[in-house]
Write a protein that binds this ligand. Structure first.
Ligand SMILES: Nc1nc2c(c(=O)[nH]1)N[C@H]1C(S)=C(S)[C@@H](COP(=O)(O)OP(=O)(O)OC[C@H]3O[C@@H](n4cnc5c(=O)[nH]c(N)nc54)[C@H](O)[C@@H]3O)O[C@H]1N2
Ligand SMILES: Nc1nc2c(c(=O)[nH]1)N[C@H]1C(S)=C(S)[C@@H](COP(=O)(O)OP(=O)(O)OC[C@H]3O[C@@H](n4cnc5c(=O)[nH]c(N)nc54)[C@H](O)[C@@H]3O)O[C@H]1N2
Ligand SMILES: [Mo]
Length: 713
């Protein structure tokens, strides 16, 4: 980082870093513009009686928030206070402190963005069980399957998240056979050995077809399946209808392509697969993830006794890998139960799509106060109209955000956080991701620590995210405890609970010490190394199966088998009125709603387009660059059309994370105008859990493959 007079001028990748090897992404390189953006808040804001946001002080804000929360809790109980942690609310140690605050308050209403992201992944893992031996990584694989994910751009995982293009390039040179299932010829699909381009929303049928072929042609690992699974015969029976010809008709992909893709995939000696947001936001996301888990298990793409463990963990305390299953566990039905749509807490957390309902439904259990931490509901939650109504009706909305976002306009208080590099940074979160989903975090034992590099701006009044929760807890007289070891694969070491000193405020480094206690490498060692390092240990291999182990992986979960049966008969409501399917996507230079006000990131394109196939455009008489109205059962958004041969006909591809004010759109809101950078339309305005298909347990409505119609406006 180039720093002059305490100001960051720029940054370049560190070529000596053994993992990043000089790689940075555009968004990261624009850190100075993020840090010194005129929109960045340097002091907290509070809403005046007149409804304006005015500057205040941290101490005042905390004492007022504390008072208002106390009154709400007194009258309506602690469960009337809820917390939503968005993409910036999942970082250590802020996320642990937010959790500690809510628990001390006595509210179970902790929501996060996971259930409107890829909930099916977590529910399917619970229904299928997990493999405690871990998974092979892309670096050693000779075959890989990507479903509804575009890791070249999203860097979500599957492909190594650091410099995915380079890793893909070298894997292709090595001869990896990559299969991509995506209705769009995405940046990843362009490099695929086989690209299946199905009708959106039919992934479960495609994967059921692959599973059926693997069984029929005996392409599976019989010994592995015999030793580790149950109910193979049930699976075989229920996938029977998904013949290549059936899948061809249903998903509109050639039967021959499905057969070839399946044979190529199953022929791999080391392989893996990842599904992403595209599949999880489309109908039957849990079933898609379940079929994928079954496919991986059938192919035996799991690490075995004696295999090297690519990342044995550095800073996150975790248990050793062992070549045995962890039996299925309940995917839903946990406390607390919600009032909306019979939903409950799940293996993926509380259904976030129901949070606005819980804020709107009158009576006992109504959520009256929301702390929104590092998230932007107005551009992230499905059903923007309902979200707005719900936010409007709150007694108290507290935001923890560096900007006045689309959601911030509804806030009673906005607390402005310190940002990296004003605070210490640690690779803990990314390493932790690997424990949740194979190939998501770091697939090598990498760790780095960086102390704060610059002071906060003069005359600012900022807090670290975690400090807000600590100070608010203290002001309210609460005793906070940090919980670690949460949701580690083997629940081992057992959950550690560390009470905090509520008189003497801890330092960030002390909190890092608590989180990493018992880690394989002491955090002190990582701190001493000024740059990131690989902490390898070639002696760490997958341990043998415990002879007492009776655990198994479930191939024929009843609920999933029922859904398979349903999938045979019912095409998920297609209709003549809404002939197009709007699918989700991500933009390379921005992260969800972030970066729209960074000119250097968005200048190439002053608006966010709705991509359509030119054939569809010609049929509707739509010119490139013209504005269209896109209508779903729920509402209408306006967008500028851009032609793209990469899309299959009948599909519109558009990113989310935009949309200031629905009323202004279509009146003076020209989506092509420069101010549309931060405006545009939120595709989530088209989604609705009341009107459209939703997953019955995670509650996620259709956020991709949304039925729409399009007219030139
Ligand atoms: N239609 C549609 N909807 C979607 C999706 C989609 O594909 N289509 N994707 C879904 C997915 S996968 C997700 S994860 C969600 C995202 O949902 P959210 O997380 O709710 O939305 P973001 O836009 O990522 O909001 C991040 C916020 O964090 C703030 N921020 C940045 N840095 C910091 C910091 O250091 N501290 C704090 N406190 N705040 C910070 C930013 O200013 C921003 O307001 O959206 C979901 N919604
Ligand atoms: N640059 C950038 N990177 C990001 C983000 C960002 O906003 N910008 N967001 C981050 C977040 S919060 C997340 S969760 C991850 C998400 O990472 P990914 O899951 O990889 O998300 P996308 O890049 O949107 O890729 C989804 C793909 O699914 C396809 N798709 C849509 N509907 C369907 C369907 O029904 N079936 C199939 N098979 N495919 C479908 C789309 O065409 C698209 O190519 O990315 C993270 N990384
Ligand atoms: Mo996400």
């Amino acid at each position: 980082m180039e720093i002059e007079d305490g100001r960051v001028l720029g940054l370049i990748g560190d070529k000596d870093d053994p993992f990043y090897q000089g790689f940075t992404c555009r968004k990261g390189r624009e850190l100075p513009e993020h840090l010194y953006n005129p929109n960045r808040l340097l002091r907290p804001l509070r809403k005046t009686d007149g409804g304006e946001l005015e500057e205040t002080e941290v101490a005042t804000a905390i004492s007022e928030i504390s008072e208002r929360l106390r009154a709400i809790v007194e009258e309506h109980g602690p469960a009337s206070v809820s917390l939503y942690a968005g993409t910036y609310g999942v970082q250590a140690p802020g996320s642990q402190m937010a959790n500690a605050f809510l628990r001390a308050l006595g509210s179970p209403m902790f929501f996060n963005c996971g259930p409107i992201d890829q909930p099916g992944k977590f529910l399917a893992a619970a229904l299928h069980g997990k493999w405690r031996g871990g998974s092979p990584t892309f670096a050693e694989a000779d075959t890989w399957l990507f479903v509804g994910t575009n890791p070249v751009i999203s860097k979500l995982g599957g492909l190594p998240t650091v410099n995915p293009s380079r890793h893909l390039h070298s894997a292709l040179e090595r001869g990896i056979k990559m299969i991509v299932i995506d209705p769009r010829r995405s940046e990843t699909a362009k490099k695929a050995f086989i690209h299946l381009q199905p009708v959106p929303g039919e992934d479960a049928a495609v994967l059921a077809g692959m599973v059926r072929l693997v069984l029929e042609e005996n392409l599976f690992d019989e010994a592995f399946v015999e030793e580790n699974t149950r109910n193979l015969e049930a699976l075989r029976r229920h996938v029977q209808p998904f013949t290549p010809e059936f899948v061809e008709k249903r998903a509109d992909i050639p039967a021959s392509q499905l057969i070839e893709a399946t044979r190529v995939f199953a022929a791999g000696t080391v392989g893996g697969a990842n599904a992403g947001t595209g599949s999880n936001m489309s109908p039957r996301g849990t079933l898609t993830e379940y079929m994928l888990a079954c496919l991986l298990t059938l192919c035996g793409f799991r690490l075995r006794e004696g295999d090297a463990v690519s990342n044995p963990g550095v800073l996150v305390p975790g248990a050793r890998k062992r070549a045995q299953p962890l039996s299925p566990f309940p995917a839903w039905g946990y406390e607390p139960k919600l009032r909306a749509r019979d939903l409950s807490n799940t293996a993926c957390g509380l259904p976030t799509s129901a949070l606005p309902d819980e804020m709107l439904l009158e009576g006992e259990g109504k959520i009256r106060a929301l702390i929104c931490y590092g998230g932007n509901p107005m551009t992230a939650w499905p059903d923007q109209l309902k979200t707005r109504k719900a936010l409007d009706g709150l007694d108290l909305l507290v935001m923890l955000d560096p900007k006045v976002t689309q959601t911030g306009q509804f806030a009673d208080y906005i607390i402005a956080p310190k940002l990296v590099p004003e605070i210490a940074a640690l690779t803990y979160d990314f390493e932790e991701l690997e424990g949740f989903v194979p190939n998501w975090g770091f697939t090598v034992p990498y760790a780095a620590y960086c102390k704060p590099l610059v002071e906060v701006p003069k005359d600012s009044d900022l807090l670290e995210d975690w400090e807000f929760f600590y100070l608010l807890g203290r002001e309210m007289g609460l005793e906070l405890e940090i919980m670690t070891g949460l949701e580690r694969l083997e629940q081992e070491p057992p959950l550690a609970i560390t009470p905090l000193d509520m008189r003497e405020k801890p330092t960030t480094d002390e909190l890092f010490d608590i989180l990493t206690a018992g880690s394989r490498i002491a955090i002190s060692e990582v701190r001493e190394n000024a740059i990131g390092r690989l902490y390898e240990d070639p002696d760490i291999v997958v341990l043998p199966r415990d002879p007492e182990c009776k655990d198994f992986l479930e191939l024929g979960n009843d609920f999933m088998m029922d859904q398979l049966d349903d999938a045979v008969d019912s095409v998920i409501e297609g209709d003549d009125e809404f002939p197009f399917r709007l699918v989700s996507r991500r933009e390379a230079n921005t992260l969800n709603s972030q970066g729209r006000d960074q000119g250097r990131l968005v200048r190439e394109r002053p608006h966010h387009p709705a991509y359509m196939n030119p054939t569809d455009m010609a049929a509707l008489g739509i010119e490139p660059g013209s504005i269209v109205a896109i209508t779903s059962r729920r509402s209408t958004i306006h967008a500028v059309v851009q032609d793209s041969e990469d899309l299959r006909c009948g599909v519109i591809s558009m990113s989310h994370g935009y949309g200031v004010d629905l009323d202004r759109l279509g009146t003076d809101g020209d989506p092509a105008s420069p101010q549309a950078n931060s405006m545009g339309a939120h595709t989530g305005a088209l989604a609705s859990s009341d009107l459209d298909y939703e997953e019955p347990y995670s509650g996620i409505p259709r956020m991709s493959a949304i039925p729409v119609h399009v007219v030139a406006s």
